[in-house]
Design a protein around this ligand. Structure first.
Ligand code: TPP
Length: 641
């Protein structure tokens, strides 16, 4: 029996010797590598926090104490130690363990996280609630140096230093965001890490003053606060101390006992305390240590050499976007590109290599990225902000207030729009149409294949005002690339010649493929169908849609966005505004959070597959078919009809 097998919950850790804890760390690493090599997931961040997580659980008493994992992608070790090791092999699989903390999964998870830089705010709120309700327990935020580039973290530090509640912030500093970390704070942390004189300066001055004959004696007897003040006068302020935090560190985050002791010390000290831990991303597995960015979030891989088990058959939409931007930018020096810490993920890495001085990585700061882009546009440049749909949610006010209000020509390349699969509800791009379609002056497009994406980017370059192009994770149909062409604004394209069909299905983005599948099923049921690629979610060509409704008995919209406020809702509004009486079915993501699972599992589950769509149509038309019953799901996840 391994030591890990003996750990049913965090209390069991406290019975282990130092040697057993060291052995446990190895068991955990083996389990992480073994499972993630099969399921994929955030391997390098978790390998880096094995000892840190052990130290935390040794010093704390969960669930009375709370740990808030920032982003939450590094929670696997915590899951292994909190009664979930027997289900660990189900990680990120449908109905299995989530890859992120989940309150519904365990009493040891106190917050559902997935987006960056929220942990200090949440932990401070928990601490405040405990204080007000007279409850015991300490709240701890574990935040990486990458997540510390996000503005929300500073709003929380500012507030925490002001209200002075008990709060422990563990800064997990591995010098990496997904790619190498950027920014002035990152450089400051590097100085703290590397400069032993700076690191120990405060301690040095405290010790030195105590040694001064006569005055030193008196200084020692002085109030702690005054002593702190004297130290601050002499020590050029440690940033965190200036914000009202006691600073401990830097310490070795791979030393279990050091972490335990310092968490215990912080708990005893009270007030806001920041513990600066140095860790290595990917620690203990050579391929991950050597390629921490690739192993930040990995697909299944061979343990022997770390190479992926499967390679994509055709380039992803991300790759197509990255290459197209480089191609267009060659003759347009005004084009610049902006990412919020996702250069590789968004395909901008290619641009950054080709045009390093036209590329900006602003850190995990989506709001700033967008407002910064508004300034770039205002100054005469053509910024392209590439960002995942789910993270652009952060920047809604920046889009509205800083870009759209002034009519700035900023292009948003909205990647991972729609279901992303195994990362689940925090990462599905389910809402961008809902929040972008309400922005005045915004053009919103979505490609159904790779050439369409290239054409849309090419077209966007000459549109006055903000433009968003949304495309999904993964590969498109793999069409052969041709030179880019302009697309007429707002115009859909009919994909067949069948005017006057009983049913017109107008689909957006990769849903065109589902629409084709549904059309096949309907045709097999003797129903005439025409499939239209909507291309634009905004603006809609009024006349085109009016004719489309008149041309059929039933119009069906299909989109990979929440049905609330999405493309179908816009078509419904257009019909109402023009007093059109035709019948409409809106297919899309449900008005609930879609769980994790593969995309191929999720689409049928929510009825957004060819069978589900066809079943809705047959039901509406009153055609009895076995697939109507078969496709019906008794869950809350079925679509709005
Ligand atoms: C708002 C937001 N933007 C982007 C991301 C994508 N993302 C996930 S983890 C990560 C890097 C986090 O770095 P760090 O906090 O240092 O943690 P590490 O993985 O290095 O342990 C990024 C950019 C996110 N989760 N949330």
């Amino acid at each position: 029996m391994s030591i890990l097998d003996r750990v049913q919950g965090p209390a069991d850790l406290k019975t282990l010797s130092q040697a057993e804890l060291t052995e446990l760390a190895e068991d955990i690493r083996r389990s992480l590598i073994g499972v993630v090599s099969e399921t994929g997931g955030h391997l390098a961040p978790n390998l880096g926090v094995v000892e840190l997580t052990l130290g935390l659980h040794l010093a704390l008493d969960l669930p009375k104490d709370k740990i808030v994992w920032d982003v939450g992608h590094q929670c696997y070790v915590h899951k292994l130690l909190t009664g979930r090791k027997d289900k660990f092999n189900t990680l990120r699989t449908m109905d299995g363990l989530s890859g992120f903390p989940k309150r519904s999964e365990s009493e040891y998870d106190c917050a559902d996280t997935g987006h960056s830089s929220t942990s200090i705010s949440i932990a401070l709120g928990i601490s405040e609630a405990k204080e007000r309700l007279g409850q015991d327990g300490t709240a701890v935020a574990v935040i990486g140096d990458g997540a510390l580039t996000g503005g929300l973290a500073y709003e929380a530090l500012n507030h925490a230093g002001h209200i002075e509640r008990d709060l422990i912030v563990v800064l997990n500093d591995n010098e990496m965001s997904i790619d190498t970390n950027v920014g002035a704070i990152s450089k400051y942390l590097e100085r703290l890490r590397l400069d032993p004189t700076m690191r120990n300066r405060k301690q040095f001055w405290e010790q030195t003053m105590q040694k001064i004959p006569a005055i030193g004696q008196r200084l020692v007897q002085m109030e702690e606060k005054f002593m702190d003040m004297v130290v601050r006068l002499v020590v050029p302020g440690l940033f965190f101390e200036e914000l009202g935090f006691k600073y401990i560190g830097p310490i070795d985050g791979h030393d279990i006992e050091a972490v335990r002791a310092d968490i215990a010390l912080a708990k005893e000290t009270g007030g806001p305390v920041l513990i600066h831990c140095i860790t290595k991303k990917g620690h203990g597995y050579t391929p991950a240590e050597n390629h921490p960015a690739r192993f930040h979030g990995t697909s299944p891989f061979h343990i022997s050499d770390g190479l992926p088990k499967k390679r994509a058959s055709s380039p992803s939409y991300t790759d197509v976007f990255g290459d197209a931007l480089v191609e267009i930018a060659e003759n347009r020096p005004e084009i610049v590109a902006v990412t919020a810490a996702m250069a590789t993920g968004t395909g901008l890495d290619v641009f950054s290599e080709k045009y390093p001085d036209r590329f900006y990585d602003v850190g995990i700061a989506e709001g700033h990225a967008v407002t910064f882009a508004s300034g770039l546009a205002s100054g005469g440049l053509k910024p392209v902000v590439a960002v995942y749909s789910t993270f652009l949610q952060r920047a809604y006010d920046s889009i509205l207030h800083d870009v759209a209000l002034s009519g700035h020509s900023v292009i948003f390349a909205v990647d991972r729009a729609g279901l992303v699969g195994e990362d689940g509800p925090t990462h599905h791009g389910a809402f961008d149409l809902s929040y972008l379609l309400s922005v005045p002056g915004m053009t919103v497009m979505s490609p159904s294949d790779e050439n369409e994406l290239r054409d849309m980017l090419f077209t966007a370059m000459d549109i006055n005002g903000p433009v968003a192009i949304r495309y999904p994770r993964g590969s498109g149909p793999g069409v052969e690339l041709r030179s880019m062409q302009k697309i007429p604004l707002g115009q859909p394209r009919r994909l067949d010649e069948s005017m006057g069909a009983k049913v017109n299905i107008v689909a957006l983005g990769r849903m065109v493929e589902q629409a084709h599948g549904a059309a096949q099923i309907l045709k097999a049921n003797d129903i005439t169908v025409s499939v239209i690629d909507a291309r634009f979610a905004k603006p809609l060509d009024q006349k085109y849609y009016i004719d489309l409704v008149a041309d059929c008995d039933l119009l069906v919209t299909v989109e990979e966005n929440s049905v609330q406020g999405g493309f179908g809702a816009s078509v419904a509004s257009l019909m109402a505004d023009n007093a059109l009486s035709g019948s409409l079915i809106r297919c899309g993501l449900p008005d609930s959070f879609v769980p994790h699972g593969t995309v191929d599992q999720l689409f049928p589950m929510i009825g957004l597959d060819p069978t589900g769509i066809a079943a809705l149509v047959l039901e509406r038309l009153g055609v009895s078919s076995s697939i109507v019953q078969a496709a019906k799901k008794p869950s809350h996840l079925t679509m709005v009809r």
